[in-house]
Design a protein around this ligand. Structure first.
Ligand code: SF4
Length: 339
């Protein structure tokens, strides 16, 4: 396999009122070239923090991200202005090849700029093309995202939500990047408009040889678009597996609960309800992070935090009782996590 992104032991902490808020807790994963890897979790779980770190918008407290085996953060701090020319050029390469599409196209497009200026802005920063060439490229890119060239002189507020997200996609692909981070790209769109965007993303991936990191809380979309899925909870991965495996045989109770909240009953399995609130990151459970909501929690779950372990080939789970949890499922019709 051919890794394009590799995240190693990412940690991100913030300090609030003398307390440490651990937003990311030792996150490691690889993304294979040409595939779509998704991260799913509830809001506040840390998935957008991972996206922002890979995009270079946020620096990890520790750990690193590698793009095609080159470290993104080594000597190229995005927080400091003092980096030498070599590292600056390297940063430019990362910025050209790693693009991000944000969840709200209303906020991600500058309302004072015309569509033409918006989609050409990255090219003006990274390339030196003549005006004629820029105009030609603008027309080509609008065609690629199925937008009429007649919208070029409009402002964002004159476009629909779906058109705005297509403009954001056009701006992201105009530099021919290799890797695109999609941070909840459908959450502000109607279902039918979102379906059109998903089809566009799938076509672009095929035609332009793109690799995606897809961040979402919508399991239906994730099941459709992904090759590999990681489930995150309170800044820690609880389960990672190829999409088919994760949906046909979810092993972590939290993954099972997420699937149960999005789909009808899993075949002959107990339905797990997510009743309690996620604990505060300022005061996380000492043992398993999911212990306050898990219907299968035993004493060990409150005492020790389980590591992410490979349970079967390429299927990782962080649960002390994954086997017993599995066998206990299916014995009753509905299990609530309200303990
Ligand atoms: Fe539930 Fe215990 Fe597994 Fe955590 S370790 S998910 S509390 S069974």
């Amino acid at each position: 396999m051919n890794k394009i992104i590799s995240c190693k032991n990412l940690k991100k902490s913030f300090f609030i009122k003398n307390k440490t808020l651990n937003v990311l807790n030792d996150i490691s994963f690889d993304i294979e070239k040409g595939e779509t890897t998704s991260i799913v979790g509830e809001s506040g779980s840390g998935k957008s923090t991972i996206a922002n770190i890979i995009a270079g918008l946020l620096k990890p407290t520790s750990g690193n991200v590698f793009f095609e085996n080159s470290s993104i953060f080594n000597n190229t701090s995005v927080d400091k202005a003092s980096f030498d020319k070599a590292s600056f050029n390297r940063t430019k390469i990362f910025r050209k090849n790693i693009q991000m599409i944000f969840q709200d196209p209303y906020l991600s497009l500058n309302p004072k700029m015309r569509i033409l200026e918006i989609i050409l802005e990255p090219l003006k920063i990274h390339e030196k093309f003549s005006k004629e060439k820029l105009l030609k490229l603008a027309d080509e890119i609008l065609e690629k995202v199925n937008l009429s060239v007649f919208i070029k002189n409009r402002f964002p507020h004159q476009l629909s939500g779906g058109q705005k997200q297509r403009v954001a996609i056009a701006r992201a692909i105009i530099l021919n990047p290799k890797f695109i981070i999609l941070d909840e790209p459908l959450s502000s769109l109607d279902v039918s408009i979102g379906a059109g965007i998903i089809n566009l993303l799938t076509d672009l991936q095929k035609n332009l040889d793109l690799t995606y990191l897809f961040i979402s809380h919508d399991l239906k979309v994730i099941k459709y678009i992904s090759d590999y899925v990681s489930v995150i909870y309170m800044g820690k991965f609880l389960e990672k597996a190829p999409t088919k495996k994760l949906f046909s045989n979810p092993l972590h109770p939290y993954t099972q609960a997420l699937i149960d909240s999005s789909f009808t009953f899993r075949n002959n399995q107990t339905k797990i309800l997510l009743n309690n609130e996620t604990p505060s990151l300022l005061d996380p459970p000492k043992g398993c992070l999911f212990s306050t909501r898990c219907p299968f929690a035993k004493k060990i779950c409150f005492d020790a935090r389980p590591d992410l372990k490979e349970i079967e080939k390429d299927h990782f789970v962080a649960c002390h009782l994954v086997k017993t949890a599995l066998t206990s499922l299916g014995s009753s019709k509905t299990t609530s996590s309200s303990l």
